[in-house]
Design a protein around this ligand. Structure first.
Ligand code: NAP
Length: 244
């Protein structure tokens, strides 16, 4: 029996769990951080909340007799990825990163690539007065000092009451997003620039196409460094890895 722990929080993690539960002699537990109020829950067992750092994750892997650890978290969730790599090595179990390749600039794209959200905020004054902020809710504070810019801020759950916010409007929505609707949103709100994480994948790519079509710049935050090791970008390859 293979006992697989999938670290989730992404559409890919859900799709992987859906298919992995159907494999013979495989038990699947998905783990969610518990940040989203109404998460989409995958098939198989699901647990919620942090493990308590690397030590907590090591304990959990041992207690649950996990044999395969798949890190299918979002590319910007770097801390859990580093914890997973360290814990898997300590316990001596197989570890895989399921990760979408970052988007690449194509002809017609106007990207300003930056390393973090503070750097993204720093380039906005002078670039645009109306900005579509599509980075979720965790990093909004970096933009809060920009009082002269109006932001359309899209996220799944509303900001917590004590979060510092820039001026603008909150838009609660969950991907996947489609091109026609993204074009309409950008036009309707007279958006002049977008701030995005370079998250890769198809679910949120429509805004990149929409920006290209409208000739808008995107301030693109580059993904953080993730641990080395076995990695795949397709669910089929992760399923093969479980069975190999
Ligand atoms: P993070 O900074 O890498 O992790 C912070 C802490 O949250 C971890 O140390 C861990 O707590 C806990 N954690 C994170 N993912 C977990 C999981 N799948 N299961 C159990 N505990 C988890 O992560 P984050 O950026 O806050 O993201 C949190 C979750 O949201 C992730 O699962 C990620 O896939 C999802 N998500 C993130 C983004 C993003 O842009 N960051 C976007 C979409 C979805 P302990 O140390 O206590 O174990």
């Amino acid at each position: 029996m293979r006992r697989v722990l999938i670290l989730g929080g992404t559409g890919d993690a859900i799709a992987l769990a859906e298919q992995a539960v159907q494999l013979p002699d495989v038990e699947v537990i998905s783990s969610l951080a518990g940040r989203t109020q109404s998460p989409i829950t995958p098939s198989g067992s699901v647990r919620f909340g942090g493990f308590g750092g690397v030590a907590g994750l090591i304990n959990y892997l041992r207690q649950q007799q996990i044999t395969h650890l798949i890190d299918a978290t979002h590319p910007f969730a770097a801390q859990i990825s580093w914890h997973a790599a360290e814990a898997a090595e300590a316990v001596g179990i197989a570890h895989l990163l399921l990760i979408r390749p970052a988007w690449e600039r194509v002809s017609g794209d106007c990207w300003i690539e930056v390393q973090n959200h503070a750097a993204a905020a720093a380039v906005l004054p002078g670039l645009a007065e109306r900005v579509f902020l599509t980075i979720g809710r965790q990093e909004l504070a970096a933009f809060a000092p920009l009082k002269q810019i109006w932001f359309l801020m899209r996220m799944i759950d509303p900001p917590l009451p004590d979060m510092a916010l820039p001026p603008g409007q909150i838009l609660l929505d969950r991907g996947p997003f489609h091109l026609a609707a993204e074009l309409e949103l950008l036009t309707q709100h007279q958006i002049q620039a977008i701030v995005s994480k370079n998250s890769g994948g198809a679910a949120t790519y429509a805004k990149v196409t929409a920006a290209r079509e409208l000739g808008l710049p995107i301030v693109m935050v580059q993904p953080p460094l993730l641990p080395l090791g076995d990695r795949v970008s397709e669910i089929a390859a992760a399923l093969d890895w479980i069975q190999s």
